[in-house]
Design a protein around this ligand. Structure first.
Ligand SMILES: [Zn+2]
Ligand SMILES: [Zn+2]
Length: 396
């Protein structure tokens, strides 16, 4: 299960109702932050997301409404005694951004921070999931992200195994792992060919666009996502500026979502003109795509992992999506969605590729810190992986 907290849903400027961009994803206790606009740390406090289990920040681009919350958040975690490493991902220019922050003396830290510039196609591999950087189309270098849980083994058909004479125990486990086994009478049993293990079931898939025009590159990668968090700064009535400024319209995104089999669409980066009344945004998107929401700040969304169950009844149970309105500690469940699995059953082919094209930063260090922690988390380590040592960020 993943819990998504919309910390900031405003486009470009904060408003009374909405903070600038930030979305927190709690994946089985690990916190992943996507963009970090000004005031994000206070939103985290209001939403009670926690802070210390944050392992990574994924920045879509370096515009101020997506990044200004970073220095303060880093500093607060230092004050709170953080010692664990934190990794910050982002497009080209990320290293320079941090160098500038350091130059301004904005933070003094006591824990290691790693800066990783990503190119479209780069994949961050972690224990149980991947995050892929995806090309988007904005006015400055930008990337979107696709968070994808690893597939899980297909369902184990115990009756079939017993019918074929497989004794319960160790051989069951081997078969479930997809391995062939030889029985005491010499027969070779194949878990798939002999119908003991069903098809591999894909993991949950979530897309985050950052700022972008409607982009086929992005949607091709996001295809089949259970949840797509996409910007919709404009509506068609106000769209004369959309392409010029590198943004999308609600209707345009809705249309793409329908074409690319998205399960649920959450529109964010809402223009200040719609901050109070989102009716035009949601109406326009709904005219193209039914399962769309425009979350308010601090709304939460819980998605149960869809494991591609074959049984339609089980599909209904497993694919529940729950939205909660969360306004300053007042939590009220307002809707319960049942996603139609038809919409998400077109699985995108995930290209398994190692780290590549990661740009070196000028902060190359002789010793890489934090490798042990990384290995514990199961993250890939490649040659040009860069750790930003504390001394670079300390101002004293
Ligand atoms: Zn923005
Ligand atoms: Zn922007």
């Amino acid at each position: 299960m993943m819990k998504i907290t919309f910390l900031g849903t405003s486009g470009s400027l904060p408003t009374k109702e909405r903070n600038p961009s930030a979305v927190m994803i709690n994946r089985e206790g690990e916190l992943l932050l996507f963009d970090c606009g000004e005031g994000t740390q206070q939103q985290m406090m209001r939403a009670k997301t926690g802070m210390m289990r944050l392992t990574s920040i994924f920045l879509s681009h370096l515009h101020a409404d997506h990044t200004l919350g970073v220095p303060g958040l880093l500093q607060t975690m230092a004050f709170q005694g953080r010692t664990e490493e934190l990794t910050i991902f982002g497009p080209a220019g990320l290293s320079k951004f941090f160098e500038a922050c350091r130059g301004l003396g904005l933070f003094a830290l006591k824990y290691p921070i790693r800066i990783r510039e990503l190119c479209p196609g780069d994949i961050v591999r972690r224990d149980g999931y991947t995050v892929k950087a995806v090309r988007t189309d904005h006015s400055v270098p930008s990337i979107g992200y696709i968070l994808q849980d690893d597939p899980s083994p297909g369902r184990f058909n115990k009756e079939r195994a017993l019918e074929l004479g497989v004794p319960e125990g160790r051989l069951f486990a081997k078969l479930h792992r997809g391995e062939q086994v030889t029985l005491s009478d010499g027969r070779l049993i194949d878990p798939y060919k002999d119908g003991i293990v069903g098809e591999e079931r894909r993991g949950l898939k979530i897309g985050y666009s950052g700022d972008t025009r409607e982009s086929e590159f992005f949607f091709t990668e996001a295809e089949g996502a259970d949840l797509l968090i996409h910007e919709a700064t404009f509506t068609k009535d106000t769209s004369e500026n959309a392409a010029e400024w590198g943004h999308s319209t609600a209707g345009g995104v809705g249309k793409m979502a329908a074409g690319y089999h998205i399960g649920m669409l959450a529109l964010v980066h809402i223009s200040q003109r719609f901050s109070e009344d989102i009716t035009p945004v949601i109406d326009e998107a709904k005219s193209e795509f039914e399962n769309v929401i425009v979350p308010s700040d601090l709304d939460e969304l819980e998605i149960t992992n869809p494991r591609w169950p074959e049984d339609p009844e089980e599909q209904k149970q497993e694919s529940g999506t729950r939205i909660r309105k969360n306004t300053y500690g007042k939590t009220e469940r307002i809707r319960k969605h049942q996603q139609t699995q038809k919409q998400i059953q077109k699985q995108t082919k995930q290209t398994k590729q190692p780290w590549n094209g990661i740009q070196d930063t000028e902060w190359k260090t002789k010793k890489r810190r934090g490798q042990n922690e990384k290995q514990k988390r199961g993250e890939d380590i490649k040659k040009n992986d860069v750790t930003l040592p504390r001394k670079y960020l300390n101002t004293k």
